[in-house]
Design a protein around this ligand. Structure first.
Ligand SMILES: Cc1cc2nc3c(=O)[nH]c(=O)nc-3n(C[C@H](O)[C@H](O)[C@H](O)COP(=O)(O)OP(=O)(O)OC[C@H]3O[C@@H](n4cnc5c(N)ncnc54)[C@H](O)[C@@H]3O)c2cc1C
Length: 246
């Protein structure tokens, strides 16, 4: 099958990521409900909401003593658009996550590419395991944007040329770089999300610091904002206990 080149498919460039909470069944009450079966047997959700101070105390105790399973009885599905290099890191998180990503075999990939924004620290100083990122100069930013855009345009033109000549999408996509945007649904629970956030965000309250790549951290921050609204007591207990997943 040959594909006609589509002149509307002009490369576009983004410096941000999108994270949308598309489906959820997640609340602090789910944690209490699961935990209290240990001592009280089955309880109604209304019963669980009666004593907010006790609820807060129980969630904090579970987090502190790493009783993790009560944090699994909930579900959040995010629709995420981010560069392929972010997804490559993201999908290393195997436990408590489900993924479905757009296909480069079944559809023509759209020419949306990542270019770091002006606020992205561009320069790494120090050695692996002990380094910091510092802001780049204006020249470094201009060079990065120009070189990336040129390279993306050339790669996408080659992709389209092969499609127009009848080469299969699954073969032609080989020329596309990891800065290409992809999209996926990612479903998790609060426990697996906390494990992800502990590793993929930097935070002043973290007991065990991590040094994630900024772009996956941007995704993590957006997921965390939305999760914190659904489960404020669990989120507060996560921070209060050093952002270590129970
Ligand atoms: C800053 C940073 C730098 C990184 N650099 C690299 C790198 O250079 N190269 C690279 O390959 N990866 C790298 N990674 C990925 C990292 O090694 C992990 O694969 C990723 O963070 C997922 O963590 P996880 O395995 O704990 O998560 P999950 O896969 O979600 O697992 C959750 C937990 O389940 C348990 N578990 C899961 N699978 C097993 C198993 N097979 N056996 C025993 N216990 C298991 C562990 O307790 C684990 O912590 C990096 C990650 C970070 C955060």
């Amino acid at each position: 099958m040959t594909e006609t080149p589509d002149d509307d498919l002009k490369p576009s460039f983004r410096s941000d990521v999108s994270v949308e909470l598309v489906k959820h069944a997640a609340s602090d009450t789910d944690v209490l409900w699961a935990a209290r079966v240990s001592t009280a047997g089955e309880q109604s959700l209304d019963e669980l909401k009666k004593d907010p101070e006790r609820s807060k105390g129980l969630i904090n105790y579970l987090m502190r003593d790493r009783h993790g399973s009560p944090f699994e009885h909930n579900s959040m599905t995010f629709f995420i658009s981010a560069p392929i290099f972010v997804f490559r890191e993201f999908m290393r998180h195997r436990v408590g996550w489900s993924y479905n990503e757009e296909s480069g075999r079944y559809r023509r990939l759209q020419p949306v590419f990542y270019v770091p924004g002006e606020d992205r620290r561009l320069v790494q100083e120090g050695r692996p395991g002990k380094y910091v990122f510092v802001p780049g100069t204006q020249e470094q930013h201009d060079l990065t944007a120009r070189v990336m855009e040129e390279s993306y345009r050339q790669a996408y033109a080659s992709y389209q040329e092969m499609l127009a000549a009848g080469v299969a999408r699954e073969v032609a996509r080989s020329v596309l770089p990891v800065g290409l945007f992809s999209s996926m649904y990612a479903t998790c629970n609060a426990r697996s999300l906390m494990h992800f956030l502990g590793l993929r965000t930097q935070h002043e309250e973290a007991k065990v610091p991590s040094f994630p790549q900024r772009e996956i951290e941007m995704v993590g921050e957006r997921m965390e904002e939305q999760w914190a609204r659904l489960m404020p007591l669990t989120h507060a207990a996560f921070n209060a206990n050093g952002r270590v997943a129970p």
